[in-house]
Design a protein around this ligand. Structure first.
Ligand SMILES: Cc1cc2nc3c(=O)[nH]c(=O)nc-3n(C[C@H](O)[C@H](O)[C@H](O)COP(=O)(O)OP(=O)(O)OC[C@H]3O[C@@H](n4cnc5c(N)ncnc54)[C@H](O)[C@@H]3O)c2cc1C
Length: 283
């Protein structure tokens, strides 16, 4: 449980962090909350030679709701998201996720940028970002670029970030009729299965839906079949929602461990998708 020796440097700005990434090469790692990186280093799954601490870069913090757009700085911790009254109204799907993520220590240190960059297959936020159709802003040596959430999560612990880039913020349109629910692992609180729903309602019926699931495969995914089947139905009609969410997990081979088999995870995807839809429709 002792990491390999490493150097530590503190970045003073985003440009400074990008410069340091370039200077130290692919053996350097950004340090945000350290809630995933430090355990990985202690287990020697990661052995960066240099840690670039970005925690004192003021421009990377904060939650802004302006009109119908929400922007959250990468260094915003889970506790700040979980406590934000404006976000609770604007995007309860993200507020829900922050409130059920980890434990108080993890919520106080872990950041949204760290979670998204880490791309754990059982993390909560990737499903939320997919359902919100969020846009992630990253900065590298060639300047700033935007990556759609759909293109960001490319595999287990893999993202569209290059090793010279840092994630600076996420933004998305407000989504008041939205919810996230999960079946959490009792020890870690990570999602065994988690479901995010973003609805638009018209006359009490679902006009359109965006549904995303995490915990089952190597990365979170949208469920387009469920989204299409939900259009036009009354979210209070339990039988119709159950029918629409059947098979939410799709056809792949799900992850399996001593706690939950792949078959169980797939069955729970439908159950938790239906619960997320029910909760989102009540908001
Ligand atoms: C006991 C425990 C329980 C947990 N439970 C849950 C849970 O229920 N649900 C859940 O979703 N997560 C859970 N987590 C993970 C938690 O959300 C972490 O906070 C998060 O995964 C990592 O965020 P961090 O800020 O600590 O990042 P760090 O650990 O500092 O970094 C993680 C990785 O991201 C990179 N990185 C960090 N920030 C940036 C950036 N801005 N740009 C580019 N790269 C960056 C780092 O280089 C590193 O590779 C848990 C963690 C622990 C220890």
């Amino acid at each position: 449980m002792i990491p390999s020796a490493f150097d530590y440097v503190r970045a003073t700005s985003v440009d400074d962090a990008v410069r340091l990434l370039g200077e130290h090469g692919e053996d350097a790692k950004i340090l945000a909350g350290g809630m995933s990186l430090i355990p990985m280093m202690k287990l020697r799954f990661a052995a960066p030679q240099t840690l670039i601490d970005i925690r004192k870069i003021p421009s990377l913090g904060g939650i802004k709701v302006a009109g119908d757009r929400v922007t959250i700085g990468a260094l915003t911790n889970h506790a700040a998201i979980a406590a934000d009254a404006g976000l609770r109204k604007a995007a309860p799907v993200l507020w829900d996720a922050a409130n059920v993520l980890g434990d108080p220590q993890v919520r106080n240190l872990g950041t949204i940028g760290g979670s998204l960059s880490h791309a754990d297959p059982a993390a909560d936020y990737p499903a939320v970002m997919l359902a919100l159709e969020a846009e992630l802003t990253v900065v590298g040596p060639k300047g700033e670029r935007k990556i759609a959430a759909a293109d960001f999560f490319t595999g287990m612990f893999e993202t569209g970030l290059t090793d010279r880039e840092i994630l600076t913020s996420v933004s998305f349109n407000v989504a008041p009729a939205s919810a996230y629910v999960k079946f959490h692992h009792p020890a870690s609180h990570y999602a065994v299965v988690g479901a995010a729903a973003v609805l638009s309602l018209n006359g009490g019926k679902i006009a359109s839906a965006r549904i995303a699931i995490t915990g089952i495969y190597e990365t979170a995914f949208r469920a387009p079949g469920v989204e299409a089947a939900l259009a036009g139905i009354d979210p209070k009609d339990e039988a119709a929602v159950e029918k629409a969410t059947a098979g939410a997990a799709g056809e792949g081979e799900a992850r399996s461990d001593t706690f939950a088999s792949g078959k169980y995870r797939k069955a729970m995807a439908s159950v938790f998708a239906a619960r997320a839809i029910e909760r989102a429709a009540k908001r």
